[in-house]
Design a protein around this ligand. Structure first.
Ligand code: F0G
Length: 431
């Protein structure tokens, strides 16, 4: 039977809706796994049309074995593609780099993987009202799943700091949207201190079941690779739920004897929202919160709730934490976009970080690297359009051209070519 275990003091508690231990540490789910073989999951791939068709619930035995399947609320989610594009590999200075596109989930981000589990647990426990704080994607996902399950949704978002695509989703799916005058960390504080009092079940990643669902990104990626581990998994890092989930997924697979090699996790933060980077590169024992500032609004977080779990993930996987500037994020995004794959700004921190780690000699040119693209290109159209139209230091800008309705003039414009800098982007790293 699964129980909760405090990440900080080790205390065991029943797997109820109580997320935080009396010592203040977060709980994680402590499973009592039976015998599990990889064939089980390969077999389920054939079960098209059933709940195992979900890229989350296919791995139910590793996520929530005891959940009554009748309570599962699924779109279905997952089954996201692994892309390989030459221009992206060359930009990173690698032979091969794969992008796992979590923006292909039903609401356009990886959040659906944790949300399907969190909402299903909420339904099983009889909750009627669910709430979260969000930089946008969690709220979009929760609003969608709450609507599907017939639950009342409440979301707290930082006023003026969330991308329009995400705000549009939360409003359209019918959750109550509170725009908090403050940043994400303020909104998160309100949820932690007030949601229970208001009678809401919390669906942020302090809820350990969210983390369980997000483990499926790693399970699915490994299954797509015939269960062969890459050398690296590179992930954008904000509130640190994914970094935590990936480490736990790999730990459990290893303990079950299902994988031999543990990939190294590289968590990438934006320079202006880098408290975890600072912690990793210091001798401090506790994360020091900061005031965040980055164009990648999804990871504009100064006090990430899951830092202690994430630290364990980085330590256990011999991982690293790196930071990248907003310009590096936007240029990497332009490269991913121009490869035809596309992503939202925060997602591109993974490619920018890979390139930097390659430059530093930490990632080798023949290492197998999987970058996680966390959100869809359409989530934040303003940032993309601004980059191409106004971006002062935008290296790969694709400026729209205003031309009179005259074919000769259009021909003259066409003769100038398109995004010339893209040709120079490749082979940046000379070895
Ligand atoms: N990328 C995207 C697109 C995100 O939406 C988030 C987090 C992250 C990366 C960071 O992931 O928190 O697991 O380290 N978005 C949250 C939200 C905070 O509210 O939507 P993390």
């Amino acid at each position: 039977m699964a129980q909760f275990k405090c990440i900080h003091c080790g205390q065991i508690a029943p797997a109820s809706d109580n997320y935080v231990c009396t010592c203040g540490g977060l709980y994680e789910v402590n499973h009592d796994f039976g015998d599990i073989s990889l064939e089980l999951f390969d077999e389920k791939l054939r079960d098209i049309g059933s709940v195992w068709g979900s890229g989350v619930w296919r791995y139910k035995e590793l996520i929530h074995p005891e959940l009554d399947s009748r309570h599962i609320v699924s779109r279905p989610e997952g089954n996201t593609n692994l892309y390989k594009r030459q221009r992206v590999s060359e930009y990173a200075g690698l032979d091969d780099i794969y992008m796992k596109h979590e923006g292909e989930n039903p609401s356009g981000s990886f959040k659906d993987r944790g949300m399907t589990v969190g909402i299903s647990v909420a339904v099983q426990s009889g909750a009627k009202k669910v709430a979260c704080a969000s930089t946008g994607n969690t709220s979009a996902s929760m609003a969608a799943y709450a609507a599907q399950a017939g639950l009342e949704g409440l979301v707290f978002v930082p006023e003026g700091m969330i991308a329009y695509g995400k705000l549009a989703q939360a409003l359209a799916y019918g959750s109550k949207v509170i725009q908090v005058k403050g940043n994400f960390d303020d909104a998160m504080g309100l949820i932690r201190n007030g949601a229970k009092q208001l009678g809401f079940y919390i669906l942020n990643s302090i809820n350990p079941w969210r983390i369980e669902g997000q483990k499926s990104i790693v399970f699915e990626m490994l299954q797509q690779r015939r269960w062969e581990s890459p050398d690296w998994i590179v992930v954008p890092a904000g509130n640190l739920g994914n970094t935590s989930a990936f480490g736990k997924a790999l730990r459990e697979l290893k303990q079950l004897g299902l994988i031999e090699k543990i990939p190294r996790i590289a968590a990438i933060q934006a320079e202006g929202a880098n408290p975890f980077y600072k912690l990793w590169h210091s001798n401090e024992k506790k994360l020091e919160p900061m005031k965040p500032d980055t164009i990648a609004s999804a990871i504009k977080i100064g006090n990430p709730v899951s830092w202690e779990k994430a630290l364990k993930s980085i330590r256990e996987t011999d991982g690293v934490v790196e930071q990248v500037s907003d310009n590096e994020i936007l240029d990497a995004k332009a490269i991913i976009d121009a490869s035809g794959v596309g992503c939202e700004p925060a997602s591109a921190a993974s490619l920018a970080g890979t390139r930097k780690l390659r430059d530093m000699g930490i990632i080798a040119s023949d290492d197998q690297v999987v970058c996680i693209l966390t959100g869809n290109l359409l989530k934040d159209p303003s940032t993309t359009v601004n980059y191409h139209i106004e971006g002062v230091s935008a290296r790969y800008s694709n400026k729209p051209v205003v031309v009179e309705s005259d074919l000769d003039k259009i021909e003259a414009v066409l003769s100038q070519g398109n995004i010339p800098a893209l040709g120079q982007a490749v082979k940046h790293i000379g070895n």
